[in-house]
Design a protein around this ligand. Structure first.
Ligand code: TYD
Length: 409
C-alpha cells in the first residue's frame, strides 16, 4: 500500500517522482516466468521533517532477498579491496576491545568483509537472510545466521554471544523498511563504547549526478547525514564521523555511537553544513531533481534511437540491478539494446527484468563487440574502462548516463 507517512517518524511524505510500474531490480528471469513477473508502482517521496527520501511502496522483503538471490558481492576485485580496507579500519582504529572482541555484520552477503575478521580469528557473526549467499560466506570460514535482524534477534545474539564492539553493514541499511526496529536492536546489541559503521549510496551524489538508477525496489531509503542523524538521535545514538566513499558511484560511511560515548569528529559538522547548502532538507531540491531525471531520460532515449537509426549495434555492459530502473523507466528494450553481457553465471541465459533483454556471458562482448556499450556498471567505470581499453582502441564506444548522458571513446 502506498505510504503517506515516513517510516522513520510518521511525518507526512510528499511524492517526488513516479517511475511507473517497475519489476524487481534483481529479478532476472526465464521466459516461462513472464506470466508471473512481479511489478510494483515505484514512486519516491520526501519528508521535510525526517529529511528522508524513501519509496512510497515496496515489495515484501521475502520477494527480494530469498534463497536464489542473484547478487554476490565478491564478483568485483575493486569491492573485495574496498571491504578489506573497511575491515582494516575497524580492526586498527582502536574500536575493538583488546580481549575477545565481537563484530556483527548485517547482510554479510558472501562474506566479502567478514572473511577479513575470520582470517584474524576475531569473533564475528554475519546476519544474512539469503541462504545461498550465506553458504558462500560459510565456505570462507564466516559464521552466519540466516534471519532478518530485529530487536528480538539482537536480544538473542546478546544472550548467546554477548554485546558487540562493532556493528557493521554495507549496502544493507537502506534496504530495510523496518529500519526503526533495526536501530532499536542495534542500540541494545552494542556495548556502551561500541561503534556502528555502515555505508550506503549517498543521496548527495544521487542528486548532484542525477543517478536515479540507485532507486529500485531494494533501496527503500536514500540516506543523507541529516536523515541518519535524525533517525539515530531518536534512539539515543549520535553521529560521530562521516567518511565519503567512491563505491556505488558515491556512498557515505556513517559512524555512530551511544550518545556522549565518543568524540564527534570534524567532518560531521562540515558535511551537515554542505548538505544544507545543497538543499537536502528542502522539497524544492527534489522537485528540481525530478526535472533533471526527466531530462536525462529524454536525452538517453534520443541518443539510443538515433544510433539505432544509423544502424549501430548497442549492447549493455553488466546486468546491474540499477539498470532495471533505467531500462523500464525509459522504455528501452531488445529493439535498442541487443544483449547485456555479465560475468555472473546465474544471470547468464536469463532476461532482464521487465524489458526482457537477453543477459549473455561476458565472452560474447569480446567475440562480437558492439559499436556502443552502455555501461550499466558506471560505478565501476575506472576498473572496467581500464580492463577494456582494447575495446575502445578497436573503435568501440561507451555510453554513460551519469553525471550526464554522453558517449566516451
Ligand atoms: P554493481 O554495480 O555492483 O550492481 P548493482 O547495481 O546490482 O548493485 O555491479 C554488479 C554487476 O555487474 C554484477 O552482475 C556483475 C557485473 N559486472 C560485470 O559483468 N563485469 C564487471 O567488470 C563488473 C565490475 C561487474
Amino acid at each position: 500500500m502506498k505510504r503517506q507517512l515516513c517510516r522513520i517518524d510518521e511525518s507526512p511524505l510528499t511524492e517526488i517522482i513516479d517511475f511507473g510500474m517497475q519489476p524487481l531490480g534483481n529479478g532476472f528471469l526465464e521466459p516461462h516466468n513472464f506470466p508471473n513477473e512481479y511489478f510494483f508502482p515505484m514512486e519516491i517521496g520526501f519528508s521535510e521533517k525526517s529529511m528522508m527520501v524513501q519509496l512510497l511502496e515496496q515489495p515484501e522483503p521475502e520477494k527480494m532477498f530469498h534463497d536464489h538471490y542473484a547478487f554476490y558481492s565478491s564478483t568485483s576485485s575493486f569491492m573485495t579491496r574496498h571491504f578489506k580496507d573497511f575491515a582494516s579500519q575497524v580492526m586498527d582504529s582502536g574500536y575493538l576491545a583488546e580481549k575477545a572482541p565481537f563484530v556483527v555484520e548485517l547482510g554479510c552477503n558472501d562474506g566479502i568483509m567478514l572473511q577479513n575478521f575470520a582470517e584474524r580469528n576475531i569473533r564475528h557473526l554475519g546476519i544474512e537472510p539469503s541462504l545461498n549467499v550465506a553458504q558462500e560466506a560459510n565456505k570462507k570460514g564466516v559464521a552466519t545466521c540466516s534471519e532478518f535482524f530485529s530487536e528480538d534477534l539482537a536480544d538473542a545474539i546478546v544472550r548467546d554471544h554477548g554485546q558487540a564492539d562493532a556493528f557493521l553493514a554495507a549496502n544493507v541499511m537502506c534496504h530495510i523498511p523496518g529500519i526503526v526496529s533495526v536501530v532499536k536492536g542495534i542500540s541494545r546489541l552494542l556495548k556502551p563504547g561500541g561503534i556502528v559503521m555502515f555505508e550506503d549510496p549517498y543521496l548527495g551524489d544521487v542528486v548532484s549526478k542525477t543517478s536515479y538508477d540507485q532507486i529500485y525496489d531494494e533501496h527503500v531509503f536514500l540516506f543523507s547525514a541529516l536523515s541518519i542523524r535524525h533517525l539515530f538521535e531518536m534512539h539515543g545514538m549520535e553521529l560521530v564521523d562521516l567518511q565519503p566513499q567512491k563505491t556505488h558511484g558515491g556512498s557515505m560511511r556513517y559512524v555512530l555511537a551511544h550518545r556522549g560515548a565518543r568524540e564527534v569528529k570534524k567532518p560531521v559538522e562540515a558535511i551537515l553544513a554542505r548538505e544544507k547548502e545543497q538543499g537536502l532538507d528542502q522539497l524544492e531540491t527534489f522537485q528540481q531533481f525530478r526535472k533533471n531525471v526527466e531530462r536525462s531520460r529524454e536525452q538517453l532515449v534520443s541518443l539510443l534511437t538515433g544510433l539505432k537509426r544509423e544502424g549501430k549495434k548497442i549492447a549493455g555492459y553488466a546486468a546491474t540491478s540499477k539498470s532495471t530502473t533505467i531500462l523500464n523507466y525509459c522504455g528501452i528494450g531488445p529493439d535498442l539494446i541487443e544483449y547485456i553481457c555479465d560475468t555472473t553465471p546465474i544471470k547468464q541465459g536469463k532476461l532482464s527484468p521487465g524489458m526482457h533483454i537477453p543477459v549473455v556471458p561476458y565472452e560474447r562482448f569480446e567475440k562480437e563487440p558492439p559499436d556502443y556499450a552502455f555501461l550499466f556498471a558506471w560505478n565501476h567505470a575506472e576498473e572496467i574502462m581500464a580492463k577494456e581499453s582494447g575495446y575502445v582502441a578497436a573503435g568501440g564506444k561507451w555510453i554513460v548516463h551519469v553525471p550526464e548522458v554522453k558517449v566516451i571513446g
